[in-house]
Design a binder for this molecule. Structure first.
Ligand SMILES: Cc1cc2nc3c(=O)[nH]c(=O)nc-3n(C[C@H](O)[C@H](O)[C@H](O)COP(=O)(O)OP(=O)(O)OC[C@H]3O[C@@H](n4cnc5c(N)ncnc54)[C@H](O)[C@@H]3O)c2cc1C
Ligand code: HEM
Length: 404
């Protein structure tokens, strides 16, 4: 996890506002879900283009983005009044990287402020005295300005404002029945942006109703002169919009709009032992990390672990083992819930790190469904790995934001 520049100023709440925020935090915290619900309704009524072309409408429909926003605001306010000397860096970095991949601009924070505060007044009514409004205004701008500052630095580093460039799909490969890999090259023949193993790009597609929806896809490798993403077709009712579009309509020769790479989960170089644990389509950033380790001839101990429903659903199952074979300190362990074939490296059941020798000084990177990551995290903690050394990527709004 990237630690933010110490030079980024984290101003504290004024004494007066801190007192008011402390006193009203329980009431705001209890109503924050309702507030964020009303906020998005107001925002999208005033700016329908934001729901159509910027926000993920699946995450609006299932309420997960509202929950992530509520969790982050409550956690930030709590940190300000309980630990005013510590900035919640990890949480801010996660949000800022996601924002940067979407091209969020500083002036949009005023728009969000307008509708968020209208929602606060609507939900809390007369309890929002001028004093209360001023105190929460301070909280909002402390958070917004911290995000704006980090996003400015990310934009500078990427040489973009988060805008998406056209890339040509130069190859498409089926990994499994519902997972496909797309090799992408800048359509203008220009340079491929640098990225750290673990990072993702935002992909924007035009859907049949004219919406331009955006999703993130982790870089599953860095082929010569291009980028590689690997997409699972999301089933369900309704089916996943962008993943279905990519599977059904995007083939070799197509053009996709792709952001520069962003993402706070980045494999740190060094000698420390590393645990890379994935499940299902969570393999993508982990395979990107293994590729980097193999390409740089890393000699460190690498415990690579993957869990999947069954062998035929396991994307990159051969590449995973081949990459680990190239690492002098590498070991690969695979678990299948319902084994079906003869693949020799597979064990039966769920990933279980207690069967392995995990050094307590390891640094770990996890990606997969939340229950998988929760279980693996518990096993790593039991092996003595400190919580601060366990990093995770979530393929959706991070509902653990602010939980430390
Ligand atoms: C950092 C990051 C990295 C990622 N990396 C990868 C990757 O490498 N590979 C990969 O495959 N994915 C990755 N993802 C996930 C990816 O971004 C998409 O979320 C995924 O492809 C699903 O998008 P979709 O448009 O197909 O589905 P959506 O349309 O967003 O739908 C998602 C779910 O919401 C449900 N839903 C949608 N609309 C409604 C509605 N109106 N009512 C009820 N339910 C609804 C759908 O049924 C579906 O189950 C990553 C995500 C993040 C945040
Ligand atoms: C202080 C103000 C803000 C806070 C606290 C905030 C918080 C968040 C959080 C917690 C997430 C989820 C991050 C993740 O899980 O990875 C997120 C995503 C997002 N934010 Fe913000 N945000 C703020 C301002 C803005 C602004 C100004 C915009 C632009 C209109 C914006 C647009 C988005 C979008 C489009 C996403 C992705 C949504 C999705 O994928 O469903 N945010 N934000």
């Amino acid at each position: 996890m990237r630690i933010l520049d110490a030079s980024l100023e984290f101003r504290m709440l004024s004494e007066k506002s801190a007192e008011t925020v402390r006193a009203t935090l329980p009431a705001v915290g209890a109503a924050i879900g309702e507030i964020t619900g009303s906020f998005y309704e107001r925002l999208f009524a005033a700016h329908p283009e934001l729901l159509r072309d910027l926000f993920n409408r699946g995450n609006q429909a299932d309420g997960s983005q509202r929950q992530a926003l509520a969790g982050s605001i409550a956690a930030f306010a709590t940190a300000l009044v309980e630990h005013p000397d510590q900035r919640p860096d990890a949480m801010l970095a996660r949000i800022a990287h996601k924002h940067a991949s979407l091209g969020i601009a500083p002036e949009q924070y005023q728009v969000v402020h307008t509708h968020l505060f209208a929602a606060i007044v609507e939900v809390l009514g007369d309890a929002v005295t001028p004093e209360v409004a001023a105190a929460w205004d301070e909280v909002y701008w402390l958070m917004a300005n911290a995000l704006i500052a980090i996003e400015a630095r990310l934009y500078e580093e990427s040489g973009t404002r988060g805008e998406r460039r056209p890339y040509t799909v130069v190859a498409r490969t089926a990994e499994t029945a519902d997972v496909a890999t797309f090799l992408l090259r800048p359509a203008d023949g220009g340079p491929v942006p640098a990225h750290k193993p673990g990072q993702y790009v935002s992909v924007q597609v035009e859907l049949p109703d004219g919406a331009h929806q955006i999703r993130q896809y982790s870089l599953s490798g860095r082929p010569e002169g291009g980028l590689r993403i690997t997409v699972k077709k999301v089933a369900g009712d309704p089916a996943g919009e962008v993943s279905h579009h990519l599977h059904q309509h995007v083939d070799e020769g197509a053009t996709l709009l792709i952001s520069a790479p962003f993402g706070d989960v980045q494999l740190a170089d060094g000698d420390r032992p590393v645990v890379l644990a994935s499940a299902g389509i969570g393999c993508t950033p982990i395979v990107g990390m293994l590729t980097h380790l193999a390409e740089t001839g890393a000699a460190r101990k690498v415990i690579a672990v993957h869990g999947d429903r069954q062998e035929s659903a396991h994307a990159f199952r051969d590449e995973f083992v081949q990459l680990v074979d190239k690492l002098p300190g590498g070991e690969a362990h695979v678990w299948y819930e319902r084994p079906e074939g003869e693949w020799p490296a597979g064990r039966t059941g769920l990933v279980d790190l207690t069967a392995l020798d995990v050094p307590a000084d390891a640094v770990a990177y996890l990606c997969g469904p939340l229950p998988f990551m929760r279980a693996v995290r518990t096993q790593l903690l039991a092996a003595g790995v400190p919580a601060a050394d366990i990093h995770y990527e979530v393929f959706g709004p991070d509902l653990w934001l602010g939980q430390g």
